[in-house]
Design a protein around this ligand. Structure first.
Ligand code: KMH
Ligand code: ZN
Length: 283
């Protein structure tokens, strides 16, 4: 069991609408302010979706590069770009995200119903993301929306080899309508699926909506790490909207300390996840 807790903040996502959620960070300035606050509150990794000038989700490469540079210069956070994007984003645009030069990027391990939509992740596309990340030295966070995705990950690693740096890290995204539920029982079922993954594999968990608290508590008790943020939940408590991403990170950090597993700093997380030094790429 890990002694410290990796806390990832997912501040924006691709689904919430700025007009409905004024506290959602959508401009680069808002994102940088949020990132600094969240680092101060105990986050070590930032999972980034960006928005265009119209506040809608975009995968514009120039904007992504500018975002990576701004977050690097303003914070020490590990920058993890989303290759999931929005459910409407085409595969070539999602693959091109990796060219923005992040230290980490997400890689979802299977197709899943996503409310009334479908979040498509074909096997060949998963392989393309995994192998491109190997080439570029980008460390994946494998996103697991359903228990079977863990077996897809075992198959991917078996056929195509370990990720850049050699360490495997995954994130259980629980409580999406169409995916696995955000319950302690589902999390325990995932622990069984992780037995087929390499020794030392690390994992975090996030619960969507009102499952955020049960998933956070279950993850801490089972030796997992945490992801929180306005991508995943917009309510802090019953009838109490989230005020800021830092509010969610502060609560996660407080619970991690109570669990005697205090937040890890960004460089501790770089060591834990074996993130290659800048400039590294497969030869
Ligand atoms: N926005 C969801 C459709 C990821 O970032 O990799 C996908 C998602 C996963 O958020
Ligand atoms: Zn995301």
């Amino acid at each position: 069991m890990s002694t410290g807790t990796l806390i990832t903040v997912a501040p924006t996502g691709a689904e919430a609408v700025k007009a409905d959620v004024p506290a959602l960070p959508v401009t680069l300035d808002e994102l940088v302010v949020t990132a600094k606050e969240c680092q101060g509150a105990g986050a070590a990794v930032i999972h980034v979706h960006i928005r265009g000038a119209d506040t809608r989700p975009t995968l514009d490469l120039g904007r992504l590069r500018e975002t990576v540079a701004a977050l690097r210069s303003a914070t020490d956070l590990v920058v993890q770009l989303s290759t999931g994007g929005a459910v409407t984003d085409p595969e070539p645009d999602r693959l091109r995200v990796l060219d923005a030069g992040p230290e980490m990027a997400s890689c979802t391990m299977g197709t899943v119903n996503f409310g009334a939509d479908v979040f498509s992740n074909r096997w060949d596309f998963i392989v393309a993301l995994h192998t491109r990340m190997q080439e570029l030295g980008v460390v994946p966070e494998y996103e697991i929306f359903d228990v079977g995705h863990l077996w897809s990950l075992a198959r991917l690693l078996d056929r195509y080899g370990p990720p850049a740096g050699g360490h495997v890290h995954l994130d259980l995204v629980m409580g999406v309508p169409g995916g696995m539920p955000g319950t302690a029982e589902a999390l325990v079922a995932c622990l069984a699926g992780m037995r087929d993954l390499p020794a030392g594999t690390t994992w975090s968990a996030t619960g969507i909506g009102r499952t955020t608290l049960p998933v956070m508590l279950a993850s801490l008790s089972a030796g997992g790490h945490l992801r929180v943020g306005m991508e995943d939940t917009l309510s802090y408590a019953h009838r109490q909207p989230v005020e800021s991403n830092a509010q969610l990170v502060s609560r996660a950090a407080g619970l991690a300390r109570i669990a005697q597993r205090p937040p890890l700093g960004p460089d501790q997380v770089r060591a834990l996840l074996a993130i290659p030094a800048p400039g590294w790429a497969a030869g």
